[in-house]
Design a protein around this ligand. Structure first.
Ligand SMILES: C[S@@+](CC[C@H](N)C(=O)[O-])C[C@H]1O[C@@H](n2cnc3c(N)ncnc32)[C@H](O)[C@@H]1O
Length: 410
């Protein structure tokens, strides 16, 4: 299938699914019932999600929902972030957007404020507002080389001067059962876009269908399986790698459906929810900024505002996504203490200023480390040459110091 076939197959299927509920695309997700009361039944009926990324949102945040469909996750998110937060849903399908926009005033009336907007775009190209492009094409149809050039100029200017979703403008990117639908050739772009729009320290919470082995080409070429959220699914390992390769860190599996949603030719497809963070500027570099304290450096680096931290365990060693190795019970200071203070890791460390190491509004009580756990000296030895940022920290001083659940999915 060409990229064009993928897009038009997905567009046609979800246009129909916006008008009439398609059971084959439905997965019973256990959303928080409190938030469903304000949402029109028509939207709830056209729930084609496979998880509930809204559980990881916080009051006051700006949230972007990739492939928002009829708007259900946006309307839930709208209530979670509250009147001081903001929610933007992006979808490429006019019929889904029509349902979402038509439903928004009813939700706003019910909750008492309006903080949701819907935009037309491809999630692998979040700079381009396709509603604006559509309007332009209506007024200036492309008929010749000159009009094509004018369109290209408009798109370039849009990307450069006023992208639909600006760089670093979002606290949390969520998505529910959409990434698998994006053409294979565009998936890297999609993750790059996800990184671009997140603010440093912001996070992605993505629920999607994953497979337990690579999907062979003949299945990928089946338009029905593609638009049905199967053929374009990532293998779980490759899903993690896609986040890592885009530069996201602290990547962790929040949920994985135990019973497969579908099995096709022996390949199991199930829903997974993954959380990953855009590094903050201080942690974004390599080597220097992520290096843990050690005997040689002790006293040489300027003190930071961040209190020293100690990795609690239970693993003897853990390596984070930036290659910093933390050793159970050893003191980490300076840049590594900053790394350890990341909201996603904070629970794994004791803060040595006497207070518990949970210090950020975006710290998610259910967040646990994405660090690579190592529990044998052999594994440790084999890792050491490749991890220049590993902690050789000193020992602790003696004083001071819906997802779908198991029910099936998409
Ligand atoms: C399986 S539905 C999920 C909808 C919604 N997230 C939910 O939970 O009900 C997939 C949605 O993603 C949209 N979609 C698929 N590929 C897209 C792309 N490349 N860019 C934007 N939207 C896309 C479809 O139009 C459809 O509304």
């Amino acid at each position: 299938m060409t990229s064009c076939d993928v897009t038009s197959g997905v567009r046609q299927r979800y246009s129909k699914a916006a008008k009439h509920r398609e059971d084959a695309l439905c997965c019973p997700v256990d959303y928080d019932a409190r938030y469903l009361k304000a949402i029109p039944q028509e939207v709830i009926d056209r729930d084609y999600g496979c998880g509930d990324p809204s559980r990881h949102l916080h009051e006051g945040e700006t949230v972007l929902d990739l492939g928002c469909g009829g708007g259900k996750i946006c309307f839930i998110a709208s209530q979670v972030v509250g009147p001081h937060g903001r929610v933007i849903g992006v979808d490429m399908n006019d019929d889904m957007l029509e349902l979402a926009r038509r439903s928004a005033p009813q939700v706003a009336r019910s909750i008492g404020y309006d903080n949701v907007e819907f935009r037309k775009g491809k999630i692998q190209d979040l700079a381009v507002d396709r509603a604006q492009i559509g309007q332009y094409l209506h007024d200036h149809p492309v008929r010749d080389e000159a009009s094509l050039q004018a369109l290209e100029t408009l798109i370039s200017e849009m990307r450069r001067e006023h992208p639909m979703i600006a760089d670093g403008s979002v606290d949390a990117v969520v998505s529910n059962c959409v990434l698998n639908l994006v053409d294979t050739d565009d998936k890297e772009l999609l993750f790059d876009e996800l990184f671009r729009v997140l603010r440093p320290g912001g996070r992605a919470v993505i629920s999607d269908i994953v497979s337990d082995m690579a999907v062979p080409h003949h299945l990928q070429a089946d338009p029905e399986l593609w638009s049905g959220c199967l053929a374009g699914a990532f293998e779980l390992e490759a899903f993690f790698e896609a986040f890592e390769q885009a530069g996201l860190i602290d990547v962790r599996l929040d949920d994985l459906q135990s019973r497969p949603w579908r099995i096709v030719e022996g390949i199991s497809f199930r829903s997974a929810t993954v959380i990953a963070y855009r590094p903050t500027d201080v942690a974004e570099g390599t080597g220097e900024t992520s290096q843990c304290d050690d005997e040689e450096r002790a006293g040489q680096s300027p003190p930071t505002q961040t209190p020293d931290r100690i990795y609690r365990g239970p693993f003897r060693y853990a390596v984070d996504d930036q290659g910093v190795m933390f050793t159970r019970g050893q003191l980490c200071r300076d840049a590594a203490a900053v790394a350890a203070a990341r909201p996603s890791l904070a629970d794994q460390f004791l803060s040595m200023d006497g207070s518990p190491a949970t210090d950020n509004r975006s710290a998610d009580s259910s967040d646990h480390p994405a660090a690579e756990a190592i529990d044998s000296p052999e594994q440790t030895a084999s890792l050491q040459p490749n991890h220049p940022g590993q902690s050789t920290g000193r020992s602790l001083p003696t004083a001071g110091g819906g997802c779908c659940g198991d029910q099936g999915c998409c």
